[in-house]
Design a protein around this ligand. Sequence first.
Ligand SMILES: NC(=O)C1=CN([C@@H]2O[C@H](COP(=O)(O)OP(=O)(O)OC[C@H]3O[C@@H](n4cnc5c(N)ncnc54)[C@H](O)[C@@H]3O)[C@@H](O)[C@H]2O)C=CC1
Ligand SMILES: CC(C)CC(=O)C(=O)O
Ligand SMILES: [Mg+2]
Length: 368
Amino acid sequence: MSQYSIAVLAGDGIGPEIMQEADKVLSAVAERFGITLNRKAFPVGGYAIDNHGEALPATTLVGCEQADAILFGSIGGPKWDTLPLEQRPERAALLTLRSHFDLFSNLRPARIYPGLESLSPLREDIAKSGVDVLVVRELTSGIYFGQPKGREGQGDEEFAFDTMRYSRREIQRIAVAAFEAAQKRKGKVTSVDKANVLMTSRLWREVTEAVANDYPDVSLEHIYIDNATMQVMKNPAQFDVLLCSNLFGDIISDECAMMTGSMGLLPSASMNEDGFGLFEPAGGSAPDIAGQGIANPIAQILSAAMMLRYSLNQTAPADAIEQAVIATLEAGVVTAELLPASEQHRAASTSEVGDEVVRQLQRHAKES
Ligand SMILES: NC(=O)C1=CN([C@@H]2O[C@H](COP(=O)(O)OP(=O)(O)OC[C@H]3O[C@@H](n4cnc5c(N)ncnc54)[C@H](O)[C@@H]3O)[C@@H](O)[C@H]2O)C=CC1
Ligand SMILES: CC(C)CC(=O)C(=O)O
Ligand SMILES: [Mg+2]
């Protein structure tokens, strides 16, 4: 029997609430497909600072090293915002994990499913135009990691600086990931940059064009980030794979999430060259809605599906979860943020959505 070990890092804010629903779904899918998914929870983020004195305790890192994959919730929140940058949960835990495991390839798929266009805030004709975008974001370099960064000077002369830095090798490997993804999709890569002002973007263009020569079946176009944010609203169906640096991918993937209706719908996979990965919702800890039982658990559930697909090579269970999620949305079992003000009375809670995904999984098992 296939057996896997998963390090579960729920984190802060809505993290533990939505992780509980992903856990239910993993139990159901394991039972249906006869696989063993051993999950072990580890502290991370603000919770770990409060209870263990640091955002990424050594036991958590070792637990992740010993696992086949990491299922991550979200971290951070107002309570830890005033800590020095290097101690904050986002940098001390999440960026450290990404860097430690060399998780350079971040996949963020955003799709408006036929029949579910009403969930999108986009105008109906745009929502119905066939929106299916994969953001491929470089995740371990660029301005989030470049050195030097810091603050110097005093008074009005005080200044702060970050360094945006990319090597040829770093651009090349994420470009290859984008082209290979495009080969399995519609065969189009749109590379997002700011080559009219940034040196890193000029190198980015040069390298992506060189990589494109190895993929004659995939077309490559370039777009400036400012125009890209506009085009995603105006005509998202023109895009297949959006290849982005760390910063631009962070920004545009939130926009792509909203195209589908909610930040709470967008899962992500962060992979290294060995196929090891961390799987997490693209959004954050949502402190504005945490603790109310109203957060959308779908991004966390779909992240678990991506984990099964990409790190554990369990395609059928991953497909089954994705189908159960679509069936749940089609059945209208959705959290409040997906509904207009006039329909708030029919909003489902976080756990009701998780229960419905499990029910749909079990229903489809009986039918098949
Ligand atoms: N991977 C991670 O752990 C990330 C952590 N963060 C951290 O999270 C905290 C909050 O950051 P924000 O900028 O507010 O971004 P956020 O993504 O947490 O929230 C932005 C908006 O989306 C909504 N939202 C997000 N997830 C949702 C869900 N599952 N269901 C329904 N609505 C949802 C929130 O309620 C909020 O209105 C910060 O401390 C930030 O640094 C931010 C992004 C990623
Ligand atoms: C800590 C941040 C870089 C996380 C984030 O916003 C993201 O990965 O989308
Ligand atoms: Mg982000």
